[in-house]
Design a protein around this ligand. Structure first.
Ligand code: CDP
Length: 226
């Protein structure tokens, strides 16, 4: 099974690292957070208020629209009713709501099924990033990495990624937002964010992006050979 599972807290660089490692190995990259974000975007747009956004309704909506992971080049794109939503899923309103929607057990079952189906039909290896890949979606993955960094470092990087100024106040505000989302993700009942017992922890607080990509690539070559 050519799967690398990369899990970790918000803005720990999972997606960018996973994409770069996949590129180096000639594998595909699958960002599972994008699918949770797509479900959240659809729920915000199609279900009027929080009361309407029950697990069953959100799950039914996802199947009906439908929401899909579509293979494009060496990755997958979130598509809602035929429209690529890679841009809109990054909106602050989606980020603010996603951990609530992702806590719904039926939504998680549906998303997990879609991820396994997408991976099941590809021949290449896949680097998959999320919160529960090594613990719940692919617990048998031969390589599991838990990518983490201090909340301050993650906040600074996320602001830079979004093209926003990183004043000390802005970094503190962003760090607080990330910490709230992490708490939601860690405290939910359905497949919470956890480091799998056999995952290798990579703390990137003081690493450059290149160094963290190299660290994971070295692990991959050790596990899967050249
Ligand atoms: O990129 P960022 O770290 O901001 O988050 P993301 O990977 O896009 O994931 C957004 C949200 O989706 C997370 O905060 C989780 O609530 C949820 N998620 C999850 O529950 N399980 C996954 N495998 C991936 C994401």
């Amino acid at each position: 099974m050519h799967v690398i599972a990369i899990d970790g807290p918000a803005a720990s660089g999972k997606s960018s690292t996973a994409a770069a490692v996949a590129g180096r190995l000639g594998w595909l990259h699958l960002d599972t957070g994008a699918l949770y974000r797509a479900v959240t975007l659809a729920a915000l747009d199609h279900l009027e208020d929080a009361e309407q956004r029950s697990a069953q309704r959100v799950r039914d909506l996802a199947g009906r629209l439908p929401i899909e992971l579509v293979r494009v080049g060496d990755g997958f794109r979130p598509v809602v009713a035929g429209v690529d939503v890679s841009g809109p899923i990054r909106a602050p309103r989606v980020t603010a709501a996603v951990s609530t929607i992702a806590a719904l057990g039926e939504v998680r079952e549906w998303v997990t099924g879609e991820i396994r189906r997408a991976v099941g039909v590809v021949e290449e290896g896949v680097v998959i990033d999320g919160r529960d890949i090594g613990t719940a979606v692919f617990p048998e993955a031969p390589l599991k990495v838990y990518l983490t960094a201090s909340a301050q470092a993650r906040a600074g990087r996320r602001l830079a990624q979004d093209g926003q100024p990183a004043s000390p106040e802005a970094v503190s505000r962003e760090a607080a937002r990330l910490t709230v989302r992490d708490s939601h993700d860690r405290e939910r009942v359905a497949s919470p964010l956890r480091q799998a017992p056999d995952a290798i922890r990579v703390d990137t607080t003081t690493l450059t992006f290149e160094a963290q990509v190299e660290a994971v690539t070295v692990l991959a070559r050790k596990v899967f050979g050249d």
